[in-house]
Design a protein around this ligand. Structure first.
Ligand code: GRF
Length: 265
């Protein structure tokens, strides 16, 4: 990619990663520009960081799309391009044995919020969407409309653990409670699963006997602020190549996995 990439960031909280990305764009460590910051949380401190840097902010009201009585929103309110069966087939956010009407309700309400999010993001023409502490899982409805556009993945997430260990909302806590001697953080492309997409980069720290959840979080965050800009810069330089690999495990089982190769310059 010759020119600076246009980055949209989605956040729900403090936005220290967002700050690291904004700073890296300003000081030339990322050939890019944060063109907008979106949030599901009007009180997210990260929105203040965006405003302080003159970056437009957008809010998406997820809760407003939930029907109060738990019913499925009427079909004439659904996005025109919503294919519920396709979503059900692809999604892995909810258990497959969840009763169909609950599944449809969850997916439709999410897709309604995501259709709105896509609409408000569109004018900013982002090349890359970075999730930086965004506490909403993206459904295949959103992911397909972003990833499949240019034929390559362009939604990234940062996770506070060495994936595939400890996906979910409390990576640092889970790492600590397990008794790990090393912890870390991971940047990956987003797929339909929870923190399961192809890994782009990782950094690790040592957990000492005197460490606490708070102290390992502090160690981890410092690494996150380095790792995320580095991975975004690889994207900006067009050096991230997802490759579909097929492996045979020692037990004969065939394993297929998309892995990210870093193209050397
Ligand atoms: C980080 O630990 C990140 O790994 C996780 O959410 C946290 C966000 O922190 N996904 P901040 O809002 O960037 O400070």
């Amino acid at each position: 990619m010759a020119s600076n990439i246009r980055i949209a960031a989605l956040i729900s909280g403090g936005g220290t990663n967002l700050q690291a990305i904004i700073d890296a764009c300003k000081n030339g460590r990322i050939d890019g520009e944060v063109v907008c910051v979106g949030s599901d949380n009007p009180r997210a401190l990260g929105l203040e960081r965006a405003r302080a840097n003159g970056i437009p902010t957008i809010l998406v009201d997820y809760a407003g799309h939930m029907s109060r009585d738990g019913s499925i929103p009427p079909q004439d309110k659904w996005p025109d391009d919503l294919d519920v069966d396709d979503l059900i087939a692809k999604q892995s956010l909810w258990p497959v044995d969840l009763n169909r009407s609950r599944l449809v309700r969850s997916l439709v309400t999410r897709a309604l919020a995501e259709a709105r999010l896509l609409g408000v993001l569109r004018p900013y023409r982002p090349d890359l969407i970075v999730l930086a502490g965004f506490m909403r899982m993206l459904s295949p409805y959103f992911i397909d409309r972003i990833h499949l556009k240019g034929g390559k993945p362009c939604i990234m997430n940062i996770h506070p653990a060495l994936l595939p260990a400890f996906p979910g909302i409390d990576g640092y806590g889970d790492t600590y409670r397990y008794g790990c001697k090393i912890g870390g953080c991971t940047v990956h492309f987003v797929d339909y699963g929870e923190d399961s997409g192809p890994i782009i980069g990782q950094k690790a720290y040592v957990i000492e006997p005197e460490d606490t959840i708070e102290s390992i979080k502090a160690k981890g965050l410092r690494l996150e602020w380095e790792l995320y800009p580095e991975c975004i810069q690889l994207f900006a330089q067009d050096r991230l190549l997802p490759v579909k690999m097929t492996y045979t495990r020692p037990n004969g089982q065939i394993l297929q996995r998309t892995v990210v190769k870093i193209v050397q310059t």
